[in-house]
Design a protein around this ligand. Structure first.
Ligand code: ZN
Ligand code: ZN
Length: 411
């Protein structure tokens, strides 16, 4: 039996070898909560063993972030310091690898001014535009992962004492990442193969539209662009050609919708942790792609601000399929963390689309937008999968095909 410490080490190594496919001589930037600095050190140690050129850190801290939103002067939310922009520019333009450890209190900014949150989103969206676009285009390897923090673990396991909640969340994270005691890298690769198989089936169908229906009241028709393809598992870095896994864990296969081709109503099936606030019981009505009505029982102000950061924020940019019986979903837990909740449920994102169009590398912005690709400074996943979700596809030649039945793939 491997100890927890051994499995954590193996997880750190998996993030570097399978998540980022870190190369000898490559720079690594890590975004990590400062109260879990030990984990960043573990990753840095593993990175240097793999021949990393240099590890650079972008520390973050929930407590300081909250202090800033509550007490800083009002105009600081309208700009980003040039050294922050430089950091992201140098990492992404210089072929660095980017490890983002997402772990924060889902309600860290509760009670903070939604206007400040929105202005900060817009400021960082503009200042870090190049970085985000290179990320979306896979021009450098990036990997999003999570580790427990005390406040987050307590939110997921409210009935357990802190130490037990931390242990339980570690167990969940390691299991979801295939670090289950066997050979983690081999397990991970087998999992990626299974996701590729699903994308191949979907790609062979050449779907034109998808219609979503369930008892929550969702009835949404989503057009898919000509030449779209389904992606999932590992993707290739377009500059080095090396495959990497942008999310660990991952259970999704995804593509993009036609920006102006989404019509109907969609209800969220899980709460959404959005910029330090939790949004609950919400949904959208869409007409010709645009969100014409957004509603939420809780967090409506933050939600409405989030879909208004720019024009593209009120259109969809991602269509992702995840079976209701996926391992993360079967845990029955609500994570209030998008990396985990998105991999437990079919989801959409509002905002920026990934260029899942054959030949996209050789197309300019205008050509991609002509195919229906949405552009925005934001990209926010929201979950819509339920046990009774039905998705029916229509192919190029008008044939109806079952894609999801009773919340799971029909093939
Ligand atoms: Zn997704
Ligand atoms: Zn997404």
């Amino acid at each position: 039996m491997k100890t927890l410490a051994q499995r954590q080490q193996e997880y750190a190594r998996l993030l570097l070898t399978e998540g980022l496919a870190l190369q000898k001589g490559q720079m690594l930037a890590i975004d990590c909560p400062v109260d879990q600095a030990w984990f960043a050190r573990l990753c840095a140690h593993a990175a240097y063993e793999l021949g990393c050129r240099e590890v650079v850190m972008n520390w973050n801290d929930d407590a300081l972030t909250r202090e800033k939103y509550l007490h800083a002067e009002n105009d600081v939310f309208d700009s980003v310091h040039s050294w922050t922009a430089d950091f992201f520019e140098q990492v992404s333009a210089g072929g660095g690898a980017w490890l983002a450890v997402h772990a924060s209190d889902p309600e860290n900014l509760q009670g903070c001014d939604p206007d400040r949150i929105q202005r900060a989103q817009i400021a960082s969206g503009k200042a870090l535009e190049n970085f985000r676009r290179r990320e979306t285009n896979n021009e450098f390897p990036w990997c999003v992962c999570s580790i427990p923090t005390e406040k987050w673990a307590q939110k997921v396991f409210p009935d357990k004492p802190v130490a037990e909640a931390m242990g339980a969340l570690w167990e969940t994270i390691l299991t979801a990442a295939c670090v289950d005691g066997g050979d983690a890298a081999a397990n991970w690769r087998a999992h990626i193969e299974e996701l590729h198989r699903r994308t191949e089936v979907l790609n062979s169908m050449e779907l034109r539209t998808l219609r979503y229906q369930n008892a929550l009241g969702t009835d949404l028709t989503v057009a898919l662009p000509e030449g779209h393809y389904w992606a999932g598992g590992a993707e290739k870095c377009v500059t080095s050609g090396v495959p990497f896994s942008a999310n660990i864990p991952t259970e999704e296969v995804f593509t993009l919708p036609v920006k102006t081709g989404v019509n109907g109503i969609v209800y969220a099936s899980k709460p959404l942790s959005l910029h330090g606030n939790v949004v609950e019981d919400f949904g959208f009505a869409l007409k010709d792609g645009k969100i014409v009505r957004a509603f939420a029982a809780k967090g409506e102000a933050v939600l409405k601000k989030a879909i208004a950061v720019d024009e593209g924020a009120s259109y969809l940019g991602e269509v992702a399929l995840v079976p209701y019986d996926s391992p993360i979903s079967r845990s029955g837990l609500l994570f209030y963390n998008t990396l985990f909740d998105e991999n437990a449920s079919c989801h959409f994102a509002f905002g920026e689309a990934y260029p899942c169009i054959t030949g996209a590398e050789g197309m300019d912005q205008a050509a991609l937008e002509a195919r229906g690709m949405n552009r925005s400074m934001t990209h926010v996943d929201f979950m819509v999968g339920t046990a009774d979700l039905e998705i029916t596809g229509e192919t190029k030649d008008g044939k109806k095909v079952p894609i999801f039945r009773d919340g799971n793939f029909a093939f």
